[in-house]
Ligand binder design. Structure first.
Ligand SMILES: [Zn+2]
Ligand SMILES: [Zn+2]
Length: 267
């Protein structure tokens, strides 16, 4: 970049800061979660207090699927895989998440999902990039792929919430982002109408690679907003592996803390 281009972009970013600060004085906004008045000039409509109240995944999670509460961190060598992973249930190689799906994080994900708040997506992308940076070898990938919506749902919503953090994350990791590689061939039934065990049935075979999509020998970083049973990540991973992907690594913003072993009777 030339010096004048750099100083122009610097000037532009300063102007943006000033404009943001001015806007926050003239039109004070409040946090979309706790309604506290926002004091800084960022475009993020969630306050610092809410952002810092998300519950991190605690130590002692399953080494494979990331399920919290799998082993006692005081005795980490005892069992490091949850019951499901001991039975080799999942088609992904491992899965990690940023936080526990509860409280304020649930509300933040709803904002992302239904209100298309891009700055919040960027913020989450930053947190997920930190997770990858902590385990660079185990989370090394060649391409980033979002769990797709069925086209009917995509039409209704107008966007896939995973793209809101996926694109930025891929850019941070300097990896290609492949949002049209996978497709959902069967619409998703309303999750709240399903028992947890029925979710496995509802997603089995529900994903396929688009015609011409190639993943030969690639390590795929598969993204979703929430991991609950792992059934969705598993179904996508199977489709990718069958198409020749070398491995699939799951990464989600949140992880439902419910123990998988309570419904481990599934094949
Ligand atoms: Zn707040
Ligand atoms: Zn596990």
């Amino acid at each position: 970049m030339s010096i004048s281009a750099r100083s122009n972009s610097l000037l532009f970013s300063r102007m943006k800061d000033v404009a943001g600060a001015l806007a926050s004085v003239l039109f004070p906004a409040s946090c979309r979660i706790c309604e506290q008045l926002l004091t800084d000039a960022s475009r993020l409509p969630v306050c610092e207090r809410c952002l810092s109240s998300f519950t991190a995944i605690p130590p002692g999670s399953c080494d494979l699927c990331g399920l919290p509460g799998t082993f006692d961190p005081e005795f980490p060598k005892a069992v490091s895989y949850c019951r499901d992973c001991q039975q080799r249930r999942f088609a992904f190689e491992l899965a990690r998440s940023y936080g526990i799906y509860e409280g304020v994080l649930v509300r933040a994900i709803l904002l992302l999902k239904y209100e298309h708040i891009e700055p919040l997506g960027n913020w989450f992308a930053g947190r997920l990039a930190e997770i990858v940076a902590k385990q660079p070898d185990r989370l090394a990938a060649d391409a980033v792929v979002p769990v797709p919506l069925h086209r009917q749902r995509a039409r209704e919503r107008g966007f896939n919430q995973v793209d809101l953090f996926g694109r930025t994350l891929a850019r941070c990791l300097r990896l290609p982002y492949r949002p049209v590689l996978l497709m959902r061939t069967r619409p998703r039934p309303e999750k709240h109408l399903l028992r947890l065990d029925e979710r496995w049935e509802s997603v089995r075979g529900a994903f396929a690679l688009r015609e011409g999509g190639r993943v030969d020998n690639l390590r795929i970083l598969l993204l979703d907003d929430v991991m609950t049973t792992g059934a969705t990540l598993d179904a996508c991973s199977r489709a990718l592996r069958e198409a020749g992907a070398k491995s699939v690594l799951g990464l989600t913003i949140a992880r439902a803390g419910r123990p998988l072993s309570s419904f481990a009777e599934h094949p």
